[in-house]
Write a protein that binds this ligand. Structure first.
Ligand code: NAD
Length: 336
């Protein structure tokens, strides 16, 4: 029996996380969920969207499954997601992107992983108004050798473990000569310890274009915080949308699993969205816990339901509800 913290989150979060729980339970792996709340409602009731008790609970279990949490735009509290990743030092955001045959998409042969630095860069939160009249504002992009080294090493270790052939480092060192220059320099240094893995680098704007034109040429992509955020949504679009993209935030000892998508407030409570990204985030969590067979059963179950094309949510061109798609996946996982 594993003990795992469960954060339902905001908007569509509680629904999609419930789907993930149903599918995890169908594998037979026993989990004791420790449910804690964070997000908008918690801010209203407790005066903070991320109480320390949530962080303490995750420090204790070392593993959490989390729904998306709303962040007010251009005002209000700072992102709970960013704070959680920084407080728990979850330095690597792991976002596998794989095509599903049958999903409404242009590409059928994508199998890449985005590894995004999760603790610094433009998400460092060092931002202020330059003048009282608010005519100018500045944000400081912090890149350190320490954080660059550990994320790039993580990418190469990941490539080695999963027998992947190539690591592509994404940057903008032609313009951001110090920050991206440092990231690239560290990449070149680290790559020399992994001679069996091909190393290349790409400027981020070119990378966005290359990913749209020939995504199957990419394998493991490592990049800084903001670029990774943008490119992982782009890659989710390539395989059929955010409803299919799982994610994990990994630290030295702690890992928090969550879908790449946000709380999509307009769909909250409508039983409409695609539960797959949360279900696959749950599968990644099982893999992390050592339950590899359960991981493969979930992955294959999702694959079959999408390939069959009978029970799909709107984003995949279907008319089924979220709970119908969840039930179809549960049946596949139970069966096999
Ligand atoms: P979003 O990912 O919530 O939604 C964007 C669009 O993607 C939706 O309108 C919908 O069309 C589609 N979509 C998202 N999830 C889907 C699913 N499961 N199935 C089908 N379609 C899906 O992004 P947003 O609208 O930019 O952000 C909404 C809120 O979520 C914001 O407050 C943002 O800060 C927050 N957010 C949180 C996280 C997180 O908790 N990790 C991540 C991203 C955004």
């Amino acid at each position: 029996m594993y003990e795992v913290v469960l954060i339902p989150g905001d908007g569509i979060g509680p629904e999609v996380i419930d789907s993930a729980i149903q599918v995890i339970e169908a594998t037979g792996v026993k989990i004791k969920w420790k449910v804690v709340q964070a997000g908008q409602k918690t801010e209203e009731s407790e005066g903070t969207p991320l109480p320390n008790s949530v962080l303490d609970a995750i420090r204790e279990t070392k593993v959490a499954l989390k729904g998306p949490i709303t962040t007010p735009i251009a005002k209000g509290f700072r992102s709970v997601n960013v704070r959680l990743r920084r407080e728990l030092d979850l330095y690597a955001a792991l976002r596998p992107v794989r095509s599903f045959h049958g999903a409404f998409t242009r590409y059928e042969d994508i199998d890449l992983v985005i590894i995004r630095e999760n603790t610094e860069g433009l998400y460092s939160g060092v931002e202020h108004w330059v003048d009282k009249e608010r005519k100018a504002a500045e944000s400081i992009r912090i890149i350190t050798r320490h954080a660059s080294e550990r994320i790039i090493k993580y990418a190469f270790e990941y490539a080695r473990l999963w027998r992947r052939k190539k690591v592509t480092l994404v940057h903008k060192a032609n313009i951001l000569k110090a920050t991206c220059g440092l990231f690239l320099e560290v990449g070149k240094e680290v790559s020399s310890s992994y001679p069996e893995i091909e190393f290349e680098d790409r400027i981020v704007d070119n990378m966005a274009m290359q990913l749209v034109k020939k995504p199957s040429e990419y394998d493991v992509i490592v990049t800084s915080n903001l670029f990774g955020d943008i490119l992982s949504d782009l890659c989710a679009g390539l395989i059929g949308g955010l409803g299919l993209a799982p994610g994990a935030n990994i630290g030295q000892e702690i890992a928090v699993f969550e879908p790449v998508h946000g709380s999509a407030p307009k769909y909250a409570g409508k039983n409409k969205v695609n539960p797959t990204s949360s279900i696959l985030s749950g599968a990644l969590m099982l893999f992390h816990l050592g339950e590899r067979e359960a991981y493969h059963r979930i992955y294959n179950g999702v694959k079959e339901v999408i390939r069959e094309g009978k029970v799909l949510t709107y984003d995949l061109g279907g008319t089924s509800s979220m709970s119908q798609m969840t039930e179809a996946i549960v049946e596949r996982v139970r069966g096999g």
